[in-house]
Design a protein. Structure first.
Length: 399
């Protein structure tokens, strides 16, 4: 494939080069005709070259996309954008202890079309859920067609996508909401259209959630609570422990819940700490790094613990503290159990992370949508997927 692409580009270049050299010197009308013919030939050759280059670029892009998809779904290694194919295949073979309470088909042959509205294709964890969802459906709901939409971290864009999917006549919509309040219009739109709707990963503030509209996700307060429990168990507070906190993007319900889970748990335990600063990372590594750079400059070695709203923020914090030569004196905690964060826990550079089971969320979101479609009901079912603490004591179970 790569050789053919390269050959096309070289051939186009040669044609263009020959065309440019085609007008030889002569006199009178023959010269004008020759010049005109040469110009025409050059223009045609240039056009052909442009077409060849365009085709080559498309082929290169397609090859890159195929390679990325193949790599993301490799049998042997999990990535930050997809679980291993082996793990996804195993998910339909049986149920874990906590899964046994849910009575839904986890595989089936009926044909449906679903619209999947992601929070944003640039978000690592939601991309991991979406890619896993697609592959799970490919294996276990092979006759389901999935149309994807990039919510672009914008509830208005997500609303447009929902409107488009309803117009297209999909059988169900799966939504990873960008904003707990801003996505209420999508819920109302689906209810009015009698469209089955499954919320995955994040909630919408509506009385209909888990009362006609299923939420497949995890208790984000508990994620923060697990971070706090690790701090209480591992960081001595006989002297005041100075902390900073990396907060997620405003508008998300899980932003508030994760922060409350940390500090309400610490307060309830009477933990001796001083929260020096809270800055918004928007769940993004680069913003978290900028925040942490400010802290290294403002507080130096004084900060001992930094709980973070997610792993991307934890990784940005770690990079800033490593660059400042202060990483050994601070405990940094994350949420999601992304692969790079797990490796840093293994290396002893991150204190812990909290495993958010995106594979289970993808699996049960698909099962909930299929259950509604195959039973001909607008109502969908919810699933509570538990968080799990990951630190040095159990890291090998997650790698």
């Amino acid at each position: 494939m790569k050789k053919k692409i390269l050959a096309s580009i070289l051939a186009a270049g040669m044609v263009a080069s020959l065309a440019a050299c085609g007008g030889s010197s002569s006199s009178g009308g023959d010269s004008a005709a020759a010049s005109s013919a040469a110009a025409s030939s050059a223009a045609e050759a240039t056009s052909e070259a442009a077409e060849a280059a365009s085709s080559a670029a498309e082929a290169t892009s397609e090859a890159a996309d195929d390679a990325a998809a193949e790599d993301a779904g490799s049998e042997d290694s999990e990535t930050d954008i997809m679980y291993t194919k082996a793990d996804i295949e195993a998910a339909a073979d049986g149920l874990g202890d906590w899964e046994a309470d849910y009575d839904m088909a986890i595989s089936g042959d009926e044909a449906f079309t679903w619209g999947y509205i992601d929070m944003g294709f640039k978000d690592t964890f939601t991309t991991k859920i979406r890619n896993t969802f697609k592959y799970y459906c490919e294996l276990n709901f092979p006759n389901v067609t999935i149309n994807e939409g990039d919510g672009e971290m914008d509830p208005n864009r997500q609303l447009q996508l929902a409107e488009n999917f309803i117009t297209q006549g999909v059988d169900a919509i799966i939504l990873d909401p960008t904003d707990a309040d801003g996505c209420l219009g999508i819920v109302e739109l689906c209810q009015e259209a009698e469209m089955p709707l499954v919320l995955v990963n994040a909630i919408v503030h509506t009385d209909a959630m888990n009362n006609g509209i299923g939420f497949v996700g995890s208790d984000n307060y508990y994620a923060g609570q697990l971070e706090a429990e690790w701090i209480i168990a591992n960081v001595d507070d006989s002297e005041t422990v100075n902390m900073c906190y990396q907060r997620g993007q405003e508008g998300y319900d899980h932003t508030e819940l994760r922060q409350k889970g940390v500090f309400e748990t610490l307060d309830a335990a009477g933990y001796n700490y001083d929260l020096k600063a809270v800055l918004i990372s928007d769940y993004m590594r680069d913003k978290a790094m900028n925040n942490a750079e400010d802290w290294t400059n403002s507080f130096g070695e004084d900060i001992k613990v930094i709980p973070c709203c997610n792993d991307e923020s934890a990784m940005g914090t770690l990079q800033a503290y490593q660059a400042a030569g202060l990483a050994d004196g601070v405990s940094i905690l994350g949420i999601d159990a992304n692969q790079d964060a797990l490796q840093e826990v293994k290396a002893g550079n991150l204190a812990c992370t909290v495993f958010q089971n995106g594979l289970a969320q993808a699996k049960w979101a698909a099962a909930s949508a299929y259950d509604a479609c195959v039973n001909g009901t607008v109502e969908t079912k919810g699933v509570d997927v538990p968080f799990e603490l990951v630190d040095a004591t159990n890291i090998d179970d997650y790698l």
